[in-house]
Design a protein around this ligand. Sequence first.
Ligand code: HPA
Length: 272
Amino acid sequence: MYELIEQSRAAIAERILVKPRVGLILGSGLGDLADDLDQVAVVPYADIPGFHAPKVPGHRGELAVGLMGSCPVAVMRGRFHFYEGYSMQEVAFPVRVLKAIGCDTLIVTNAAGGLRPDWQVGDIMQISDQIFLPGMIGNHPLRGENDERLGPRFPGVVGAFENDLVPIAHAVAATQGTTLREGVYCMLSGPSFESAAEIRMLRVWGADAVGMSTAPEVIVAIHSGMRVLGFSLITNLAIPDGSPANHAEVLATGEQAQPRFSALIHGILAHL
Ligand code: HPA
């Protein structure tokens, strides 16, 4: 793995114009969030060892490195999902590469189902903690031999989402008039949406939003010593007696929220 990270780093390094400090992973329907980069170099995933061409509609499949405002960022336009058949190591591999090219901060975004009946479709939730259900039952990106050069064998994840970026995010949202919720994100493997019984179970567990990504990337970011900030866009309400979720609705809500989400990310980066 160490050698593959180095190959990917080298493939990217020879094409980029700025050294990124912040990695940004854009979730379903949110791929256009950071289209306005300066001094940008765009590297297709097909040109990066260990990356894969995206198969899910709403994911573009390229790494864009450039300036967002004055902050050098590396933007993943599209991510890899466990439900596509990738291993958790493959899903989280890009985070290793983001770290290797210079990012010490990771901002992750995703589309999620809201588990709180009082929330609205289109709300943005700052992720305060996560439940990594597939990881808890054995599908974990750090399973197997540990390379101490990448991080410790037993990383602690309490407080993974607690850092100085959180109050900045909330302050920026307040000045922009954007409602910023706060809550626990639960990752399920997907690709089926939840049954009514599963939704009831997730609520009892203390989850506020449910999705099919993010948690393994966050684990690997913490393992590599990165600072993490996460956001879920509530694209639908996962309520037991509601209408079932569908991917078209997820993408449509993403598109609609893009300007607000983009302003929030720009505002946060301006403080770094
Ligand atoms: N469930 C799981 N993943 C999702 C959902 C959902 O309701 N909405 C967007 N991603």
